[in-house]
Design a protein. Structure first.
Lengths: 254, 283
C-alpha cells in the first residue's frame, strides 16, 4: 500500500479544559479528495488547523506524506520542531480560509508572490509570471493590480486559492471556502476547486456543499463532538447514512 | 438632457437655498467679528494691558532678535531628527520583541515590558535630570558627557517607550487570521511580523505615531534645563537682558510653525484613499 498523504491516528486536541478533538482516525491518499461535514463546533476547523500545525495536537499522531506534523521523533520520544522547520513543512500545504484572509495592504499580485519570493526564494519576475498564470487559471487574469478591498467575495476566494497554489503544495486544505459567499458566487469558487481535483490535487475540504461532496469527493467524513461518526463513499453515506446523528444532520442540510 | 429646464418650482427652491446660504454667511461673519472685537476690547482695556503689550507684544524687539532664535532652532531640529530615527528603530525592536512567543523569549519580553512601563510613566523632565546630571556624575569616561548627546539619550528613552506602545497596539489590532494565513504559506514568525503584520499595524497607528512626533518636536524645548542652547534657552537669555517676554512669544510661534505642517501631513495621510484597507468608499 502506498503512503497516505494525511494520516491521523487517535488525534486529540484540547483548548484548556475543553476537549475539541477526541480521537480522530483518518487517512487521505495522494490524489484523493476528502470532504468533511459536521455541525458547528464539531472540531472541523480545529482538525484542519492541526494538519498544518497551526494548532498543536495534544495526543495521538498526525503525519503528512509520511512525516510527523510539527514534531521530530527520536528514540521513541517526540521533540517539537523549531519555528523555521515547521514553516518549511507548512509551505508544502496550502490552506484556504472561510474569510479569505487576503493581505489587505498588498495587491492581488503581491499577495500571490509574497510567499514564493520570501519562503521559496523564487526570483520576483519568475514568481510574478507564475502568479499571472495562476490568476488566469482562476479567471482573474485582469485583476492582478487590484487591492483585495476592490474585489467581490468570490474573486477574493479565488485569489486566496491562487495564493495557496503558488507555493505548489502537495496538499490543499479548504475550510468552508464558500460559506461566506453570496449564493450566486459559490459556483465560481467550486468550479476552481473541481478543476483542481481533476488536476490530481490531494484535498481535504470542509464544506456544507453536499453537491460538491457527491460530485468530487472520494470520501465523505461526518464529524460530531470531536469524533468521526461516519466515513465512506459520499454517494453511499448521503443516500444511506448509518448513524442517527448523521441522519439528523443530513436531514437539515440536504 | 441638454434641453432640460428647471421647473418654476425648482427655480423657486434654488432661490430660497441661495438666500439661506447668504443669510448663514452673514451670520457667521457678524458673529465672528463681534466675538473677536469683544475679546480684543476686553484685553486692551484690562488694567495691565500697557505693561503686557510692552513686554509680550514688542514686535520690533522680537523681530530684531528673531534670527538668533532661528539659529538656535537648528539645535532643536537636529535633536528632533536624530531622536526620531533612534526612536523608530528602538521602538520597532521593542514592539516586535514583545510579540515573540515561547518560554525562551520570556526574559526579553519581561525586559521590554518593564522598560516601557517605567519610561512611559516617568515625566520627561525627571528623565532629563537623571540622564543629564546623573550619568556625568558617575564620571565614567566611556559615557558621553556632552549635554547635546545626553538630552538625545533622555528624549529617546522616553519617546521610545511611547512609540513602542503605539506600535504594539497596532500589532495587536491586526486580526489573528492574518497571521494564520501568513503562517499557512510557510512564512516564519519574524517574516510574518515583518511583511504582513507590521505594515498593517503601522498604517493603522500612523496618525498616533505622527502625533507622538509632534509632541517630541515640542519637547525638544525642555532640554534647555540641562544647558543645551536651543530656542527656549536663547529666548530666556534675551529675556534676562531686556526683561521682555516677546522672545517667548516668538519662540512659541516658531514651534507652532514647525508642527503645523506635520499635523496637516497626519490628517492628509489619515484621509488618504484606501489607507485603512477600506477601499475608496466615502464613509
Ligand atoms: N483557540 C481556541 N480556544 C478555545 N476554544 C476554541 C479555540 N478554537 C476553537 N475552539 C472551540 O473548539 C470547538 C470546535 O471549534 P471548530 O472551529 O473546530 O469547530 P467547527 O467544526 O469548525 O465549527 P464551524 O462549523 O462553526 O466552523 C468549538 O467549541 C470552539 O469554541
Ligand atoms: Mg469552522
Amino acid at each position: 500500500m502506498t503512503q497516505p498523504m494525511v494520516l491521523a491516528e487517535n488525534v486529540h486536541k484540547r483548548f484548556g479544559a475543553v476537549t475539541v478533538l477526541s480521537g480522530i482516525d483518518l487517512e487521505v491518499q495522494a490524489g484523493e479528495v476528502m470532504v468533511i461535514i459536521g455541525p458547528s463546533g464539531s472540531g472541523k476547523t480545529t482538525f484542519l488547523r492541526c494538519i498544518n500545525h497551526l494548532e498543536q495536537v495534544n495526543a495521538g499522531r498526525l503525519s503528512v506524506d509520511g512525516e510527523l506534523v510539527g514534531y521530530r521523533e527520536s528514540n521513541g520520544k517526540l521533540y517539537e520542531l523549531r519555528d523555521s522547520e515547521v514553516a518549511r513543512k507548512r509551505a508544502e500545504i496550502g490552506m484556504v480560509f472561510q474569510h479569505f484572509n487576503l493581505f489587505p495592504h498588498m495587491t492581488v499580485l503581491q499577495n500571490i508572490v509574497e510567499a514564493p519570493v520570501k519562503v521559496k526564494k523564487v526570483g520576483r519576475p519568475e514568481a510574478e509570471r507564475i502568479a499571472r498564470e495562476l490568476l488566469s487559471k482562476v479567471g482573474l487574469g485582469d485583476r492582478a493590480d487590484a487591492y483585495p478591498s476592490q474585489l467581490s467575495g468570490g474573486q477574493k476566494q479565488r485569489v486566496a486559492i491562487a495564493r495557496a497554489l503558488a507555493m505548489e503544495p502537495k496538499l490543499m486544505l479548504f475550510d468552508e471556502p464558500t460559506s461566506a459567499l453570496d449564493p450566486e458566487l459559490v459556483g465560481e469558487v467550486l468550479d476552481v476547486m473541481k478543476q483542481l481535483a481533476r488536476d490530481g490535487m490531494t484535498m481535504v475540504v470542509v464544506t456544507h456543499e453536499i453537491g460538491f461532496a457527491r460530485e468530487v469527493g472520494d470520501k465523505l467524513v461526518f464529524m460530531d463532538g470531536g469524533v468521526v461518526v461516519e466515513a465512506g463513499d459520499p454517494r453511499e453515506v448521503l443516500a444511506n447514512p448509518q448513524h442517527e446523528r448523521t441522519k439528523a444532520f443530513l436531514s437539515k442540510v440536504l | 438632457m441638454a434641453d432640460w429646464q428647471p421647473s418654476a418650482l425648482q427655480l423657486e427652491r434654488q432661490a430660497y437655498r441661495r438666500s439661506r446660504t447668504r443669510r448663514s454667511a452673514l451670520i457667521a461673519f457678524v458673529s465672528t467679528v463681534v466675538v473677536f472685537a469683544a475679546v480684543a476690547i476686553a484685553v486692551v482695556n484690562s488694567p495691565g494691558w500697557s505693561r503686557t503689550r510692552d513686554s509680550f507684544f514688542d514686535l520690533r524687539t522680537g523681530w530684531h532678535d528673531m534670527p538668533a532664535l532661528l539659529r538656535a532652532l537648528w539645535t532643536n531640529v537636529q535633536i528632533m531628527l536624530i531622536c526620531e530615527v533612534i526612536v523608530l528603530v528602538l521602538a520597532t525592536l521593542i514592539a516586535v520583541a514583545r510579540t515573540l512567543q515561547g518560554p525562551v523569549f520570556f526574559p526579553l519580553r519581561l525586559l521590554a515590558a518593564a522598560y516601557t512601563d517605567i519610561f512611559r510613566g516617568m515625566p520627561l523632565l525627571i528623565v532629563l535630570f537623571l540622564v543629564g546630571y546623573g550619568l556625568p556624575s558617575l564620571r565614567i569616561s566611556a559615557l558621553p558627557s556632552s549635554p547635546f548627546i545626553l538630552c538625545i539619550i533622555a528624549l529617546s528613552l522616553t519617546y521610545t517607550a511611547y512609540v513602542a506602545e503605539v506600535l504594539r497596539a497596532g500589532i495587536q489590532s491586526v486580526h489573528p487570521s492574518q497571521r494564520a494565513a501568513a503562517r499557512s504559506l510557510g512564512l516564519t514568525h519574524l517574516q510574518t511580523v515583518r511583511h504582513v503584520v507590521f505594515p498593517q499595524a503601522v498604517r493603522r497607528v500612523l496618525p498616533a505615531l505622527l502625533n507622538d512626533f509632534v509632541s517630541l518636536q515640542k519637547d525638544t524645548s525642555l532640554v534647555s534645563i540641562v544647558g543645551v542652547l536651543e530656542v527656549v534657552l536663547r529666548a530666556q537669555n534675551f529675556n534676562s537682558q531686556d526683561y521682555k517676554f516677546v522672545h517667548y512669544v516668538f519662540a512659541g510661534l516658531i514651534f507652532v510653525a514647525l508642527t503645523v505642517p506635520l499635523t496637516r501631513l497626519t490628517d492628509w495621510i489619515a484621509a488618504r484613499q484606501g489607507w485603512n484597507g477600506t477601499g475608496g468608499g466615502v464613509v
